[in-house]
Design a protein around this ligand. Sequence first.
Ligand SMILES: *Cc1c(COP(=O)(O)O)cnc(C)c1O
Length: 400
Amino acid sequence: MSTDKLIEESKKYIMNTYGRLPVVFVKGRGTKLYDSDGREYTDFLAGIAVNNLGHCHQKVVVALQKQAQKLMHVSNYYHIEPQIKLAKMLCQHSFADKAFFCNSGAEANEAAIKLARKYAKTNMGEGRYEIITAENSFHGRTLATITATGQPKYQKGFDPLMPGFKYVPFGDVDAVAAAITENTCAVMLEPIQAEGGVNVPREDYFRKLRALLDEKGLLLILDEVQTGMGRTGKLFAYEHFGIEPDIMTLAKALGGGTPIGAMLATEKVAEAFSPGDHASTFGGNPLVCAAAIASLETILEDGWILGQSAALGEYMKKGLMALAARRDVIKDVRGKGLLIGVQLATEAAEVVKEALEAGFLISMAGVNVLRFAPPLIITEDEIDSLIDTLDRLLEKRSSK
Ligand SMILES: *Cc1c(COP(=O)(O)O)cnc(C)c1O
């Protein structure tokens, strides 16, 4: 089918929930994507921080092929071998003692919200159910998670929203302290706000917040759906801040390109769930767990990918800062590892479109921020050629 025909049928048969760019990708290898006309692109989005190992990584492909031939799905009425192995690996490499598996980031956050409420009911006394989240946060598109999301644009048209959420400015411990009431049970935050504009908190924010929550006996839920799995140069972004959460959610890059989410917690908090409290038919099925194991093993091997994410993140930020010195339309460059935001004085959408025409996938985080989340195997050469292209695209938008 021709590209035009594909796009015509896409518009005819698929609900109109995405503003899609006019391209159909049919093949991916490493950092490259190929469209239905055979044109090659370099990927600085990675399916929104999903393809951290690049497209069709050989280890993930082989793990999927082997598992598909052996056992694809079995109910959680039974114990599942790849699920056990994945849970053990995640616990051994994080603060957590136990895992629950689901299929997406929003579902992982739903599970976290339910666990926090259940824990509060059994451990904090009656009436503690409220969760404090941050302005400009993003936690997903289900009803509870759009309510947790501190951005009205995601909530408009869907009220009544879920009761029990409250918002404070991100990065302000005093604001959290002031928002805590006798109803509060937890604070839920992204370690670095991704969709909200790639906002990195001050170095001491999470240490002060953790101390406050410990003093009050409240839970810290970290949404690492986008920042987890090596994206920021550490396996989990909380490792940058010298603290540990009580609950953490993962999805995006966890499955090496397959749909899987996870909610991890300490033993003490996880104990609040008993059989029947939460479930998912597909959650942690053998197929996606096999892919996740292969992906996690690859990320952990010798740590070179984590080192690469940190070093190339610094390299890319330096290049973008040098560009900012030449092109005054750039107002700020920020991020950690290979999650990088570039704040523009103008709207980002047109730049994203022009970058695609020039052969690069990039995206936005909010109206004015370009967001870069390339596969962690991106190269310095590819970063250089993206920056050259941005230089050209931003020239006409700058006064110098
Ligand atoms: C993408 C994202 C989600 C939602 O994940 P889905 O898999 O789309 O449901 C939640 N939280 C954060 C921080 C995200 O980046």
